[in-house]
Design a protein around this ligand. Structure first.
Ligand SMILES: [Zn+2]
Length: 337
């Protein structure tokens, strides 16, 4: 029989996994919007009739016009994507707010009559626009589109000098935009923000309900992609008032904060546990979980060596370095107050 805290943890993990599949779908839609911008660029080149000509003074002027038009297309595309992303973030934040409350309500024994306080929607909206590492996600998106401008310029110049046809020039743009998407920077922005917003909503909910929630536990994903920092934080517990780390800990961090509820005694009942029955235990203990350190110990030597790198692996294997030593605390951001 899982304890209350284990039930909450498992439900939250399941829910974050579900959000990840929603994000996958969102990313496919965004890729489509970005690729569609190539059609608009096509229209601009065709309208200006620039490809396949030799440059004279007039055409140079039109060339500048084309640059401007392409930049406009990219700006419009970035705004279109931002609008879609914002809708998606709102949906995630609002449903996360409901869901974390539902999870708490469903996991805590019915004997305990509590009113859960949801985070006010105005505060939830603020989470969407909080900066990550000093920059808002919208600004990061603008940086992405700007990074396309110079290679766009090069294509236009080369195309006109070499007398490319319109389809040829458009093909080059398509490759450029496609490669930009494949680099994964847009995806990285979105995945990181989803984790940030989800955790911000949850942490605020725990604080809102500090009469029954006493702290948080850090949960990292147990796989090869987990970084040293998150692996070392996995399973750690903080009292609500003392948790001051920034989560996500880094771009593409997939960690989540799960709440730890008080025990019956901490809640003021003169019992260690209610009579055993169908009720989940409410022992106030941090859920027992296989943390990254323990899980790592069960992996193959091949995996361990690859994850740690040769030097660290030898040190760890010979007991000269503890798993915890891989944590570089300087890499952790503190939460803005
Ligand atoms: Zn992480």
């Amino acid at each position: 029989m899982p304890t209350t805290n284990e039930k909450i943890r498992d439900a939250l993990l399941r829910y974050f996994h579900f959000v990840e599949t929603l994000t996958d779908r969102q990313l496919r839609q965004l890729e489509k919007v970005l690729m569609e911008s190539v059609n608009d660029i096509n229209d601009q080149i065709t309208r200006l009739g620039l490809a396949g000509t030799n440059l004279n003074v007039w055409e140079r002027t039109r060339l500048l016009t084309l640059r401007e038009e392409i930049e406009k297309v990219l700006v419009a595309t970035t705004f279109r994507m931002s609008d879609q992303i914002e809708d998606n973030f709102r949906q995630i934040a609002f449903t996360m707010t409901d869901e974390v409350n539902n999870i708490l309500r469903a996991s805590i024994p019915k004997d305990l009559i509590v009113m859960f306080n949801a985070v006010p929607l105005a505060q939830v909206i603020e989470f969407i626009d909080a900066p990550t590492g000093g920059l808002l996600w919208r600004d990061r998106m603008i940086q992405r589109y700007k990074s396309l401008l110079i290679p766009m310029d090069n294509i236009i110049s080369r195309g006109i000098m070499q007398g490319w046809s319109v389809p040829q020039m458009v093909k080059e743009f398509k490759t450029l935009v496609g490669n930009e998407w494949k680099k994964g920077s847009w995806e990285q922005i979105i995945r990181t923000e989803v984790v940030r917003i989800g955790n911000a909503v949850n942490l605020a909910t725990y604080k809102q309900n500090s009469d029954i929630i006493k702290g948080v536990q850090w949960l990292a994903t147990l796989d090869f992609k987990t970084c040293f920092v998150c692996a070392s934080l996995d399973g750690k517990f903080w009292e609500l008032g003392t948790f001051d780390l920034y989560i996500p800990a880094h771009p593409r961090c997939r960690c989540i904060l799960t709440p730890v509820t008080k025990s019956w005694r901490e809640l003021g009942f003169d019992v260690d546990e209610l009579p055993p029955g169908t009720r989940a235990s409410m022992n106030g203990q941090v859920p027992s979980t296989m943390n990254y350190n323990q899980w790592f110990g069960t992996q193959s030597a091949f995996f361990q060596r690859n994850w740690l790198g040769n030097k660290r692996y030898e040190l760890w294997k010979n007991g000269k370095l503890e798993f915890e030593d891989f944590l570089d605390s300087k890499k952790l951001l503190k939460q803005p107050k």
